[in-house]
Every structure is written in C-alpha cells, then in structure tokens.
Design a protein around this ligand. Structure first.
Ligand code: ATP
Length: 478
C-alpha cells in the first residue's frame, strides 16, 4: 500500500520537520488513518500491532492543537506503567521542543511533593499512572484538570482490565474531575475485548480504526517454541543465551518470567554464568527500576529479565530476542511481550519455553494470533551437558535469596497495597505483617538449626577421632 505524506494529513511544517529529525518521514498506517480524525476534533480508538507508531499517532495531533491554542493543563495521558509514562513524556518533549513544551510525569514511587509542585505550575501535558494521579486529586486543590482538551488512554485495555493491579477505582476518581467536553483517544495493540467499556469513555461516537491483518503479531517476528520438562527449562535458557551471545555481539534479549522472585533468582543465576544481566520487576525501588532500564537501553547490560511490568509499550530498538521463560496465561500478554522485538519494521525472534502443562495455552495463543509457532531447533546433547551445573547454580541462588529479606519485603508490599486499596484494616494488615515476620524468623531459625546440626555432626566426628585408639595411644605416651 502506498503511504501518504504527513503534509497531506494536515500536519504543520514545524512538526513534519521535527519528525524528520527523528527519522520519521512517512506516516505508518495507524498514523495515516487516525491523525486526520483527531485533527478534525473527533474521539478516536486506534488498534494497531505492537511497534507500529501508535504513540506518534496521538502525540503529533495533540502538539499541533496545542501550538494553535497553548495553555496548561491541555492534555492528560494515562498509562499502566511508570516506565511507559517516562517514555511517552520523552516523545512529547522531543517532538514538542520548538513549542517549549512543559510536561509533568506523575507516577508512583517518586517524590509526591515535587510532583504536586510541578502540577501547580500548569504543565501543558501530564503523563500519569492512574494510582498516583488519583492520589493527587484526592489530596490537593492546587491544580485543575477541568480544562483539559485531550484525554489519552495508552494501553487502554490494560487500564480497564481488573488484573493484579486494578485501575478502575482510580479511573473513576480521575474521570470525575475531567470536563465532559474533551477529545478522548484510546490506543492499544489489543483493544477488541474491552471495546464496549472503552466506547463508554469515548462518548462522542469515536472514530474506530483497526489495522486489517489476518495475524495479530508482525510478519517480521519469527515466533518459536521449545517443548521442555519444567526441570530442564533453565538449562535451555542458559544454552539459548550462550548461543545468542556467541553468535551476535550487538543483540539485546528480554526474558519474561512470571514472578518477581523468579525474576530475581534467574538474574542471580545468569550472573553466575557471567551473562551481563539486569532485572526489572515491581518489588524493586522505583529509582532502581529506572536505572536498570536505562542501563539496558544503553546496552551496558545485554539481558533484561522482567515480569509483565515490562510487557507493554517499551520501545527498545536493539531488542532482537524475546524469551518467554513461562508460557503466558493470556494470549494478550503473549502479544505484548513478543512485541518488545521486531518493532518499526525490524526483524526479531521470540522463543517460548513450553512445558507439557502449557500446551493448551499455546493453542489458545495460536488461535488468537492466527499464526502457528514453529519449533526452535536445539542440540539436546548440549543442553544435557549443562543440566546439572545449571540446576545446582539455581538452587544455590535460591538459598542465597532465602537468606535475604526478599520474602518479607514481598509481604510488606502486599500489606501496603491492601491498605491503599482499603481491602485490609490496619489491624489485619498488622497481623499479616506479624505473620510475615514470624515466618521469616522461622525460616532463619530452620537454617540455624540446619547449621547447628552440621556442626554437631562435625563435633561428633572430631570426638570420635579424639577417642579413637590412635589418639588415645598418642596421649598415653605422655
Ligand atoms: N512514521 C514512522 N516511521 C518510522 N518510525 C516510526 C514512525 N512512527 C513511529 N516510529 C518509531 O517506531 C517505534 C515504535 O513506535 P511506538 O512505540 O509508538 O509503537 P506502538 O505502536 O505504541 O507499540 P506498542 O503497542 O508496543 O506500544 C518508535 O521507535 C518510533 O519512534
């Protein structure tokens, strides 16, 4: 299909020039189709594959409208993760530089007072995660969102999902202070199953555009699987990384796993094998999360192990491989995870480790994406050679992690979350905290008992020696 020019879509020359500086010369289909509707003042829902330029599809028209009538707060963008909020704000900042654009990022884990101050300075664009913005709205009268022109929900379906982080209550608070007269723009690679709820948010007969394609993942992505018993998974992982790093020097790899703890253990384990590995999960301090992501983006570390906190939106062009250490339970999650590679027309590979219990999950993924995953060829002999070493290393890392307060921190985080969500009374939360502490003490106690046991064994061997004939006769000589 012939691509049109940005100018024919109604975009101003200064913005076209800004795009050129970023190597963006022709609009992608989602930009070509959604931008004219947005510039005409319509609400818009855009559903296009991962890495297809959805961010610029809303950033560019907003900047054009802002340049015609600049005031703050003009636009509010909501997004599910903190890292994504920074990435979107960056796009606004770079493309909106000639405007002297002022943006404000409002996300959890960062200084709330500094954010409140920035909000009161009337930035043009606020990019926020729902929880923290709702907290500001509940607690402060120093800023107003009542005149915003644009509300944008990026990864809109995730914002409405009632997953492990439920945004619905926070969204209610936020929507309650927004003007009814506004343009609402909703974007995601997976909008369809939340279409009706989204239509209720975009009230003014939204323009709906969905990329027409048989498949829901990009053609440039080579999608593979490896069938493996649970116990051999880590050996496959180490083998895959060894092969990739031997063969390609400029490649980056993202490995997705199911829990924060597993993320931490795999990171420790791969470091034992001297792979330059860094992690990203929700139990890390926010500043550490940003620092790790920056190091990965700058290729200081070539391997990122992450939970699904990194599954959506992150745009890191050097990522050539995505490995799913666990098969995602939802096809949607699979689509976003593997979409971290093969972006903007580049090639990429995804490899999903599948155990015998996950085969039904693979079938539903294949059904959703309308593509069959192909088996990834591996020389099994090579994997078996390292199996024992990998499993022993993993066990050592597990023991090392158990001796830290990782599990206790998890309980405390859970407790904080329950208090914030009003699901636990203070006393119940205290009870959870106390039981977490007791279980931590018990774990410690068990390891001390084990240690004591070993020492007792050692002492008994030693005393056997003392009482042995050899030792006894030696003593008699004196
Ligand atoms: N018209 C264009 N031509 C070339 N590259 C583009 C164009 N528009 C955007 N890009 C680049 O494509 C990459 C992916 O864009 P973006 O992050 O907006 O994808 P997305 O559709 O939001 O993906 P996801 O669903 O994963 O969030 C970015 O690096 C962006 O700079």
């Amino acid at each position: 299909m012939k691509m049109s020019e940005f100018s024919s879509l109604g975009l101003s020359d200064w913005l076209i020039k800004q795009c050129k500086q970023l190597g963006i010369s022709k609009p992608t289909p989602v930009q070509e189709n959604c931008m004219p509707a947005i510039l005409q003042g319509r609400d818009c829902m855009g559903c296009a594959k991962t890495g297809s330029g959805k961010t610029a599809a809303f950033v560019l028209p907003v900047l054009q409208k802002l340049s015609e009538d600049p005031y703050g707060i003009f636009c509010l963008v909501l997004t599910p993760t903190r890292e994504l909020a920074y990435q979107i704000a960056e796009q606004f900042r770079v493309l909106g530089k000639p405007l002297g654009l002022r943006d404000c990022i409002v996300v959890g884990g960062m200084d709330m007072v500094a954010q409140a101050l920035e909000l009161s300075n009337q930035p043009h664009v606020v990019v926020a995660t729902p929880g923290r913005l709702a907290d500001h709205i509940r607690g402060s009268k120093t800023f107003s969102l009542s005149r915003i022109q644009f509300l944008i929900l990026d990864e809109a379906d995730r914002l409405l999902e009632q997953g492990c982080t439920d945004f619905t209550k926070d969204l209610e608070v936020i929507l309650g202070v927004l003007p009814a007269k506004r343009q609402t723009l909703l974007f995601s690679a997976t909008l369809t199953d939340t279409l009706q709820e989204l239509k209720n948010i975009a009230m003014n007969k939204p323009f709906f555009w969905e990329s027409k394609s048989e498949t829901r993942t990009v053609e440039e992505l080579d999608q593979r699987y490896i069938l493996t018993p649970e116990k051999v998974k880590d050996a496959y992982l180490v083998h895959l990384i060894q092969t990739f790093t031997d063969e390609h020097h400029d490649w980056s790899i993202i490995i997705f796993t199911n829990t924060c703890k597993n993320c931490q253990i795999l990171t420790m384990m791969l470091r034992e094998f001297n792979f330059p590995t860094i992690s990203l999960h929700s139990m890390m301090k926010q500043k550490q999360r940003f620092a790790n992501l920056a190091k990965f983006k700058a290729s200081v570390y070539k391997i990122l192990i992450a939970t699904d906190v990194a599954a959506r939106g992150l745009d890191i062009p050097t990522v050539q491989v995505v490995i799913n250490h666990n098969t995602p339970g939802l096809p949607k999650t699979y689509i976003h995870r593997v979409g971290r590679t093969a972006r903007a027309g580049r090639n990429g590979v995804s490899i999903t480790l599948v155990t015998q219990y996950d085969i039904h999950l693979v079938h539903s993924i294949e059904e959703q994406i309308q593509t069959k995953l192909k088996e990834y060829p591996v020389v099994e002999k090579e994997v078996h050679k390292i199996l024992t070493q990998v499993n022993v290393t993993r066990r050592e890392c597990e023991i090392k992690l158990e001796s830290t307060d990782f599990d206790e921190k998890k309980e405390i985080n859970k407790r904080k979350q329950m208090i914030l969500e009003g699901k636990a009374s203070y006393f119940l939360a205290e009870y959870i905290h106390v039981s977490a502490s007791i279980s931590f003490i018990l774990i410690k106690l068990t390891s001390y008992i084990q240690l004591f046991h070993k020492m007792a064994g050692f002492i008994s061997i030693f005393s056997d020696f003392i009482l042995s004939d050899k030792c006894f006769s030696y003593e008699l000589q004196f």
